[in-house]
Design a protein around this ligand. Sequence first.
Ligand SMILES: Nc1ncnc2c1ncn2[C@@H]1O[C@H](COP(=O)(O)OP(=O)(O)OP(=O)(O)O)[C@@H](O)[C@H]1O
Length: 261
Amino acid sequence: MDSLNFIEFNLIDLIDILLMAFLLYNVYKLVKGTVAINIFIGIVIVYLIWQLTAVLKMELLSNVFGKFIGVGVFGLIVVFHQEIRKFLLMLGSTNFASKRNFVRHFKFLKQDQLNTVVDVESVVNACKKMAKAKTGALIVFGRNNSLDFVKNTGDKMNIEITQPILESIFYKNSPLHDGAVIVEDNYIVATRVILPVSDERNIPQRYGLRHRAAIGITEKTDALALVVSEETGHISYIKNGEFVSFTDFDEMTTMIKRDLA
Ligand SMILES: Nc1ncnc2c1ncn2[C@@H]1O[C@H](COP(=O)(O)OP(=O)(O)OP(=O)(O)O)[C@@H](O)[C@H]1O
């Protein structure tokens, strides 16, 4: 039967499927937890129906779905422009192949090579202390995307994270207190960093530049951000350009650890 020819399978098909699965998995990881996930699932469904109608030679339906997908590509570029940007950044990122993903899998070969586990407790404790004292702070955790483009706006550092260090950096009279701190692999790698500010109109007026900067960097990259408000002493956890809600700081700590894993 001609229509079942597609069942013939060779090595190239296997590689094709594996690469496609890898691509889809990474796209899924990017959009997971965002509103884009529903659009992503919708597209996958439309695509699968299109392929099915094509294989079964249902000319009319296949034509309609084909046209829809053809035009839809441009719509997708607009809808997913942030995710596409993050994905391309991830592919070209120096961090992607270097540390978190690649080395971690081979960590057993060299036990003490990298200290990749961020001491989240110390960071959260420092934030709690700063919140009490109404000291503003902005801490960004790098993940897969390289943050080199923002690190260059501040001072490069290499300080292992401790609670007192973080508190002293953001202490009001400290020369380093302005801007954001970038954290990678349990090290403060940059201070006084100027982040891209989000121009999203839906952010409530009460949030100023510190919060907009946290939203901006987490929209443009897969980084995570913690903000301590100087005005209210409120601590916000921001991911994918949105405020993450949590009931207590233990829950927030667990979420950050999970997101950094
Ligand atoms: N683009 C930026 N990147 C990094 N840090 C920034 C940026 N813009 C402002 N900041 C930091 O935020 C501080 C000003 O915060 P602002 O009062 O405007 O924000 P906010 O969101 O209202 O925060 P808060 O609740 O702490 O007042 C600045 O002193 C600076 O340290």
